[in-house]
Design a protein around this ligand. Structure first.
Ligand code: ARG
Length: 470
C-alpha cells in the first residue's frame, strides 16, 4: 500500500517525509544543481552500458537517452526551475523528471547504481573541468606577465628584503618571479586533474553490485584514465577535491602577495606604478583618490580560499567508511575556491596588463638607500681585503652618509680613500646602479644576461603549458 507523504524515490519503507525545514536543511540542490551537465552525461554513459550488458533493453536505453537529452535542453534553456522542497539534490531532480517524461524506463536508469557513486562521479568530472579551467586562467596571466617582463627588459628597480631597500634588480626579474610561482600553480592544477581522473561509477552504494556492469566501458565513455579499484574507496574518497582546493589556495596566496605589492607600488610614497582607470576606483568623498580596490579585494578574498581548504579537510577528517552525508558538504568549498580564484586571476591579469610603469620613479628610487653597499664591499674584497673587514669599512661609510643625508654616489674618490687606501678608480664603477645589476651574472640572478636566459626559459615553459592543454 502506498504511503501518503513519503518521498517517491525512497518512500517504500517510510510513512512520512522530513518536515519542511529539515527537508531544506538536508537538501544539496541549491548548490549541486551546478553539476547538472555532469549528472546527465554520467547517466547517459551508465544507461548505454546497462544496455550493452543486456541489463536493460535497447528500447529502455533509447528512451532514457532521449529523455535525458530533453532534460538537458530544458535546463540549458532555463525552462526548469529547481526547487529543494521538491528534490533533495540534482541526481533526484533529474531522475524524477526523467520518469515523468518517459515513464517506467526512467525507473530502470538507477539499476546497479547509487547516488553515492553517482555523486562521486559527477564531482570528479566537475573537478577535472575546474582544474582545466584553472590551467587556462593561470596560463593567461603568465603570458601577460611574460609580455610585460619582455617589454620592461632593462628597467631597473629597487629590490627589497624586509621591505627595506636591498639591492637593485631588473623589473623583469621581479615580474618573472610571479611567472614562476604561477607555473608551480599550473603543475598543482594538473596534478589535481590527475587525482580526479579515476572513475568511481559502478561501485554502487559501497560494496559494488550484483549486476554484470562493465566499469571500463563507462570509464572510457566519460574520458577517465582508470577505474577505481575499490568500491568503498570510490564512494568515500575526496582527496581529489582537497588537492584541487589546495592548488587553488596556493595560487590565491600568490595572487595575494602580488596584489599586496601592487597596492604598495601604487601608493604616492612608492609611486612605481599607476593603475589604469579601468582597474581602479574613486572615493565618494575625496575627489583626489584613486584606489587599488581590486588588488585589495583579491588579497581580501584569500581568507575565504584558505577557509575553503580548512572547511573541506575538517569535514572529511572524522568520517567512517564509506559514504556519510557529511560528504555533501564537500561541494561548496570547492565551488567557492574555484569561483574566487578564477575571478581573482582575471582581475590580476587585467591590472598587470594595463598598469603604467613609472620609470622615472623606479630610477630615482634605485639610486637611493645605499643599495650599492654590497658591491662596494665586494670591490674591496677584490682589492684583497677580507669580506668581514670590507663590510665594516662600508658600514662606516654608510653611517656617515646617513648622518650627512647624502648617497654613496655623492662621494668622491678622495672621500672614499679617506676610509681605505684600497679604493681606486674602479670603486666608482662599483657604485654604478646599472652595472651593479649587470654584474649579477649567476644563473637565475638579476643580471641582464641571466634575465635574458630566464625570459627564454619562461617562453619555453609557456609553450609547454599551452601544448599540454591542447
Ligand atoms: N546529495 C548527496 C551528496 O551530495 C548525494 C548522495 C546521497 N547519498 C545518500 N545516501 N544520501 O553527497
Amino acid at each position: 500500500m502506498a504511503h501518503t507523504g513519503a518521498k517517491p524515490l525512497w518512500g517504500g519503507r517510510f510513512s512520512a517525509s522530513p518536515e519542511g525545514e529539515l527537508e531544506l536543511f538536508g537538501a544539496s540542490l541549491p548548490f549541486d544543481q551546478r553539476l547538472w551537465k555532469e549528472d546527465i552525461r554520467g547517466s547517459k554513459a551508465h544507461a548505454q552500458m546497462l544496455g550493452a550488458q543486456g541489463i536493460i533493453s535497447e528500447q529502455d536505453v533509447t528512451d532514457i537517452l532521449r529523455g535525458l537529452d530533453e532534460i538537458y535542453a530544458q535546463i540549458e534553456a532555463g525552462e526548469i526551475v529547481f526547487d529543494a522542497s521538491e528534490d533533495e539534490d540534482i541526481h533526484m531532480a533529474v531522475e524524477r523528471r526523467l520518469t515523468e517524461l518517459i515513464g517506467e524506463a526512467g525507473g530502470r536508469l538507477h539499476t546497479g547504481r547509487s547516488r553515492n557513486d553517482q555523486v562521486a562521479l559527477d564531482f570528479r568530472m566537475a573537478c577535472r573541468s575546474f582544474a582545466e579551467e584553472l590551467q587556462h586562467a593561470i596560463t593567461e596571466l603568465q603570458s601577460v606577465l611574460l609580455r610585460r617582463a619582455e617589454e620592461e627588459f632593462g628597467t631597473v628597480m629597487p629590490g627589497y628584503t624586509h621591505l627595506q631597500l636591498a639591492q637593485p634588480i631588473l623589473l623583469s626579474q621581479h615580474l618573472l618571479t610571479y611567472f614562476w610561482q604561477l607555473s608551480r600553480d599550473f603543475e598543482r592544477s594538473a596534478a589535481a586533474y590527475t587525482a580526479a581522473d579515476a572513475c568511481p561509477l559502478g561501485s554502487a552504494a559501497l560494496a559494488g553490485t550484483t549486476y554484470p556492469l562493465d566499469r571500463n566501458m563507462t570509464a572510457e565513455a566519460l574520458g577517465f584514465s582508470s577505474v577505481m579499484p575499490n568500491s568503498l574507496d570510490a564512494v568515500s574518497d575526496r582527496d581529489f577535491a582537497c588537492d584541487l582546493v589546495y592548488a587553488c589556495m596556493m595560487c590565491q596566496l600568490h595572487l595575494s602577495r602580488i596584489c599586496e605589492e601592487l597596492v604598495i607600488w601604487s601608493s604616492t610614497e612608492f609611486g612605481f606604478i599607476e593603475m589604469d582607470d579601468s582597474h581602479a576606483t574613486g572615493s565618494s568623498i575625496m575627489p583626489q583618490k584613486k584606489n587599488p580596490d581590486f588588488a585589495e579585494l583579491v588579497r581580501g578574498k584569500t581568507g575565504r580560499v584558505v577557509g575553503d581548504l580548512v572547511s573541506l579537510a575538517t569535514t572529511i577528517k572524522g568520517i567512517p567508511l564509506a559514504y556519510d552525508k557529511d560528504l555533501q558538504e564537500d561541494k561548496e568549498p570547492v565551488f567557492d575556491a574555484i569561483d574566487t580564484l578564477i575571478g581573482s586571476l582575471h582581475a590580476v591579469r587585467g591590472m598587470i596588463d594595463t598598469m603604467a610603469i613609472r620609470h622615472e620613479r623606479l630610477e630615482e628610487a634605485s639610486r637611493k638607500g645605499y643599495m650599492a653597499a654590497t658591491d662596494l664591499a665586494d670591490y674591496l674584497v677584490g682589492q684583497g681585503m677580507p669580506f668581514r673587514e670590507a663590510h665594516g669599512v662600508v658600514g662606516r661609510i654608510v653611517a656617515d652618509c646617513v648622518s650627512e643625508g647624502i648617497e654613496l654616489q655623492d662621494l668622491s674618490l678622495d672621500e672614499l680613500r679617506s676610509y681605505s687606501a684600497q679604493f681606486d678608480e674602479g670603486a666608482l664603477d662599483a657604485l654604478d646602479i646599472a652595472k651593479i645589476v649587470e654584474r649579477r651574472v649567476s644563473y637565475g640572478g638579476t643580471g641582464n644576461e641571466a634575465v635574458r636566459v630566464q625570459l627564454t626559459e619562461a617562453k619555453q615553459q609557456l609553450t609547454q603549458q599551452l601544448g599540454r592543454m591542447e
